[in-house]
Design a protein. Sequence first.
Length: 175
Amino acid sequence: MLIVSTRGSNVDLLHVLFGTVLALNNDALILLGAITSFTLVGLAVLYRPLVMECLDPAFLRSVSRWSPVAHYGFLGLLVINLVAGFHALGTLMSVGLLVLPAAASRFWMREITPMLLLSSCMALAGSASGLLISYHADLPTGPTIVLCLGVLYLLSLVFGRQGLLQPRSPHHLKA
């Protein structure tokens, strides 16, 4: 950002920060579709070792050679998805799109597979509602999508099964 702003460029810094969701051309959409397909295949291949890597990496290292593959494979998938998100949503908004649905679904689910499905549904619902609100209210699309996802997170934080309004059992208070 510093180099672009000091050297002068015809690149609009607001588009770099906030993206241009509604101005994606066919080449960008093909790139995003290819990254999505590659990610889904990669996650299907790495699913079991990746879950073990997240839950108990020492155990996975002791019983399998998949630990570094799962770890670095996931980091690679994360990077290419962030790059795709930077292209569509900008640098600031793509992190919100990655983090907020997963964090919100954690308040509703305790098992990994339902949590993954719920976070995907939340991301889809937040994106669709953000697009609709931005269109009808004449607001910037990327920030509106992330704002909708933020609202879903706050609702989950308050009303979720493990949210703030749920009663705590006495054994949770002992520590």
